[in-house]
Write a protein that binds this ligand. Sequence first.
Ligand SMILES: NC(=O)c1ccc[n+]([C@@H]2O[C@H](COP(=O)([O-])OP(=O)(O)OC[C@H]3O[C@@H](n4cnc5c(N)ncnc54)[C@H](O)[C@@H]3O)[C@@H](O)[C@H]2O)c1
Length: 335
Amino acid sequence: MIALAVFGTGRIGQVHARNIAALPGVRLKYVVDPVASAARDELAAGLGAQVAAPDTVFADPDVDGVVIASPTDTHAGLLLDAVTAKMAVFCEKPVSLDFPTVAGVTTQVEASGVPVMLGFQRRYDPNFRTVRDRIAAGTSGRLEQLVMHTRDPGPPPVSYVRVSGGMLRDQAVHDFDQARYMTGEEIASLYAIGNCQIDPDIGAAGDIDSLMVTMLTASGRMVQMSNNRRGPLGYDQRLEAHCAREVLFIDNRPQNDLRIAGPEGALSAPPMDYFIARFEAAYRNEMIAFVEMIRNGTPPLAGIRDGLEAQRLAEAALVSIATGAPVALSPDWQP
Ligand SMILES: NC(=O)c1ccc[n+]([C@@H]2O[C@H](COP(=O)([O-])OP(=O)(O)OC[C@H]3O[C@@H](n4cnc5c(N)ncnc54)[C@H](O)[C@@H]3O)[C@@H](O)[C@H]2O)c1
């Protein structure tokens, strides 16, 4: 029996805790959240877990792994505590908002040999995975141009904007990760534009709500992303991979499959309006993969270095927006 602990019982921690509890041969032993709430206590009671302090978890030799789904500013410290305790880790992105801290933690994790998986759930979405597998296997022919759209249904509260690290490190980091994952290459240069067109309060908090990025890989593949904090369509999440032999499309997933057609046209349901619904299968697959990593040593699709590289691209895009110039990247580029 594999025993796990979940840190953080907010939006994403609850998803991970429930997915863990549903896995055969796996026990959610602890949940950790310093903020007492009915949600925390009901989650623990409903899943047969104990509410515990971090020290109890890290001192318990029965615990095989921890899931870090607490606020971003706690990730680096908890990750290193878990690595010291030789416990496998699933850590939500980003590891830290401070790039040198991400780089330092990555070095320490890699030196420790403790397996660490990062929460880039799109890699575990069945559609994204199929596209990646067809490209990687050569079925699609050479990937030449990749286009991605990520648009939230509506802007987040400004209180969230202030602590999240902003649109690039928080939201667009998933697209930066996909740029590397789909092309199978590092990005050689990028150019970004970003501004505030939707909510002036987001601008006043120092962030942007509208972003476009153009990237080039070393072998000449082109990547384009458009990101927005408002989507009249709902959670608008699409990808097009233009390859030599075929074009692969990932479209929005409708809230239901009903389509009503008549002489004046057709009506179908709008896209799912929340990332938790859209990526339900991906989050489930992530926990299955986390347990496989612990049980069989199966390498995860997203490791600690993938977090560092995606964040390097987010930092480079911020530099590009600030300077109005493209940024040439190298393996040791730093903001
Ligand atoms: N990969 C994804 O799709 C995805 C989606 C959402 C959030 N996230 C990431 O997950 C993290 C959590 O986001 P959220 O939206 O669930 O936040 P949230 O605010 O809904 O929940 C965070 C929870 O952590 C608790 N907490 C605070 N300090 C803690 C500590 N030291 N130890 C344990 N728990 C602590 C809070 O009380 C709260 O219950 C963030 O880093 C975010 O970037 C990733």
